[in-house]
Structure formats: C-alpha cells, structure tokens
Design a protein around this ligand. Structure first.
Ligand SMILES: NC(=O)c1ccc[n+]([C@@H]2O[C@H](COP(=O)([O-])OP(=O)(O)OC[C@H]3O[C@@H](n4cnc5c(N)ncnc54)[C@H](O)[C@@H]3O)[C@@H](O)[C@H]2O)c1
Length: 371
C-alpha cells in the first residue's frame, strides 16, 4: 500500500525515523521524536489502524502515513525505525527492517521465542545496523545514579538484588481477557530482568523459579490469566535476586530496584511524583506517579535521544556516545531478558526451578564489551 500524504513540508533533521505501531507506547514515542529528541525527525508512521495514525501524524506534522510497515522499510529516505507494534510482530519486523538497512529501536520484548529472536539478531548483525531495545528504566535519573554507584563498587560484591513493577490500577483489569498469555513475564517483568542484569553486570542469570497467580482478577485464573508474580533468580556470581509484579496498584505506578552487597546497599525508585510533601493535621502525604509516561517521561525521551545519537555517530563515522558505565541496551540484553521470561513460563508450567537458556557466545562477548 502506498503512503497517504499528509503534507509536503520538507524534513531536514539528520536521522529520519519511521514509527511502526502508533498505539499507546508508539504515540508517546512519536511525540518524543517529533518534539523532544534532538537530531531526529518523525518522517513516517505505519499502523493498520490508519485513521488513528493519520490523526497522530497530523497533530505532529508528520509527512507520511501508511497502513503497511513494508512501505516504511522500502522508503530510501528513512534511516531508522521505532517498532512499537504488538510483541508478536517484533522479531519479524526487526528481521525485515535490518534486511532493508534500517537501524532498529524495538520496544520490549524483541521477540516471543529464542529462535525467532536469534534470527532477527542475526539479521541485525549481518546488516551492521544499530539495534536498541526499549529497556527505558536504564535512562531514569535514579536508576542511572544507582548504576553509577554500582559501577564504582559502592555496594561491593552483589549478594541480594530486587526489582519490582506495580502497574497502576483500580482493583480490576477491564481488558484482562484480551491480555496475551504470559504478559506478566514477557512484557512486564522483562523490564525487571533487564534491571537486575544491568545492576549485576558481568554475571549471567542461571536459574529462575517463578510463582504466579490471578489475584486481581481471580475469575480469569482458569483461563490462564496471570496478574501477580514473584520470581527468584540465581546468577552465575552467586547473587540471588527477586523480581515481582502486580497489575493493579491503587496508589499509582511503582517501580523500584535494589542491590545489597558486601559493602552496602544501593536503591533506585521514586516513590513520589515531586519532592513536595503535605504536612497537615492528618499527617504527611504526597502525590504518587500515576502513569508510565509520567514517571518515565524523561527516560522514554532519553532512550530515543541515545538511539538517534548512536545512529548519527555510526552514519557519520564519529565515536558513539559514551559514559562512566554501560548504558545502551542492545542485542545481548534483549536476548538475556527474554530467555529469563521464557524460563519463567516453563517454571510456572512445571512448578519448579528452570535453567535459563544461555546466550550464544557472540552475544555474551558482545555484552562484556558493553555494546
Ligand atoms: N517500555 C515501556 O514501558 C512500554 C510500555 C507500554 C507498552 N510497551 C510495549 O510497546 C508495544 C506496544 O504496546 P502498546 O501498549 O502501545 O499497544 P497498543 O495496542 O496500544 O498499540 C499497538 C499498535 O500497533 C498497531 N499494530 C498492530 N499490528 C501492527 C503491525 N503489523 N504493524 C504496525 N502496527 C501494528 C495497532 O493497530 C496499535 O495501534 C508492546 O511491545 C509493549 O510491550 C512498552
């Protein structure tokens, strides 16, 4: 299908990005690229729901809209794609985008199985394009501050790690019946797995033991719906981690990470929306973050700014952005976290601990080099 032209204004910014999937997350990424990310322009949007894509494009001044991602991949003007379609399409879209020579930013998970993801990552490697996965927590100020401390050895040898996700809710999940199976591991806890891996850098996740249930929507338990989970993870350096998730925290969006080690403890996670506090006759209170796009507004912007800067550097032959610690989540990180999520699914099915599939050697080396 051909593009539907929105307007003919020329776009001059250096990295021309095509968005694939413009729903909840894609629309926010679109706005970030169009308005907040330096050195990038939103050149096109692809979504089978073309009417809503057109409305978004018009509001952002984006020139091209199509129902078919293939139009973006065939467009020689597009340098890079941001994939924010449903997860079941991710691996195939990464493969096709890489084959078309496009740099790829993909929302998590990068795939739903290791075979399809390995094929996609092989296509990325073969094409020599830049690949980044949407593990946005790494870009939050407090998580970066914690990572900086960990890289400096403040906590010493990691012994216990903790990461949690509590999604905002009102005590019920209205669209629960439409939530794909195993979402709690593949799309929610996968963020926590990356946080733990990043905080425990240099160690590989060896084994997981997952316990999960439908505690918010117990009537959907028999259909296999899961809204609550706790995972114990053993790492190759001996550290033991716990990741937990729940889909309905009445007080808002609650994300935390922690490393306890031989020399001390480092924590990340912002409990209140701002530093303001109310002291009244009833006591002390504060506002809490309510949505992911509030808590992680800056992080979502910065991850795309990092992506655009790295793509520009690769294209221009200049050094990529660098800092005091590993930041950009890439192929090895996407693969490692997905292997943990898949092992959790097996663990729930079997009712016991399950080994995490080891990454191919090339990806392990990749991770050690901090790529
Ligand atoms: N990083 C985060 O914090 C975060 C938060 C929310 C969602 N996500 C991820 O973003 C992805 C999208 O989630 P969402 O909540 O925006 O879902 P959504 O359902 O709101 O949006 C998905 C969009 O993709 C479109 N689509 C369907 N098939 C497509 C295809 N083949 N090509 C292009 N577009 C297609 C749909 O029409 C829809 O507009 C998921 O992988 C999800 O895990 C990440």
């Amino acid at each position: 299908m051909a593009y539907i032209e929105q307007h003919s204004a020329g776009l001059s910014a250096p990295v021309k990005v095509g968005l694939i999937g413009s729903g909840w997350m894609g629309a926010f990424h679109a706005e970030s690229i169009a308005r907040r990310v330096p050195g990038a322009v939103l050149a096109a949007i692809a979504d089978p729901n073309v009417e809503s894509a057109q409305a978004l494009a018009q509001s952002l001044g984006t020139a091209k809209v199509t129902a078919d991602a293939a139009d973006i991949l065939a467009d020689p003007e597009i340098d890079a794609v941001v994939i924010a379609s449903p997860a079941r399409f991710h691996s195939a879209l990464i493969t096709q985008a890489a084959a078309a020579g496009k740099h790829v930013f993909c929302e998590k998970p990068a795939g739903q199985g290791l075979d399809e993801l390995d094929a996609a990552l092989a296509a990325v490697e073969k094409a020599g394009v830049h690949f980044q996965i949407g593990f946005n927590r790494r870009y939050a100020d407090d998580f970066q501050a914690a990572k900086k401390d960990l890289a400096a050895g403040i906590a010493g040898q990691p012994q216990l790690l903790r990461s949690l996700t509590r999604d905002p809710g009102n005590g019920s999940i209205p669209n629960a019946a439409r939530v794909p199976a195993w979402t709690v591991f593949l799309e929610t806890l996968i963020h926590d797995f990356d946080t733990l891996n990043w905080f425990n850098e240099g160690a590989e996740p060896v084994e997981v033991y997952a316990v999960a249930d439908a505690l918010v929507e117990p009537k959907l338990r028999d259909q296999g719906f899961l809204d609550t989970a706790v995972v114990t993870i053993r790492y190759s350096n001996g550290a033991i981690a716990v990741a937990e998730a729940n889909f309905s925290a009445l007080y808002g969006y609650d994300i935390r990470g922690e490393v306890f080690g031989s020399k001390g403890m480092v924590q990340a996670g912002r409990a209140t929306e701002t530093a303001a506090r109310r002291y009244t006759a009833e006591g002390l209170s504060a506002d809490t973050p309510r949505l992911n796009v509030e808590l992680f507004r800056q992080a979502y912007t910065d991850e795309l700014a990092d992506f655009a800067a790295t793509v520009r550097a690769q294209r221009d032959g200049t050094p990529p952005p660098s800092g005091a610690f590993t930041l950009t989540p890439g192929a090895a990180d996407a693969r490692r976290a997905l292997a943990m999520a898949l092992a959790c699914i097996e663990s729930v099915k079997q009712g016991g601990p399950v080994a995490v599939a080891a990454a191919p050697v090339a990806l392990r080396d990749d991770a050690r080099a901090g790529v």
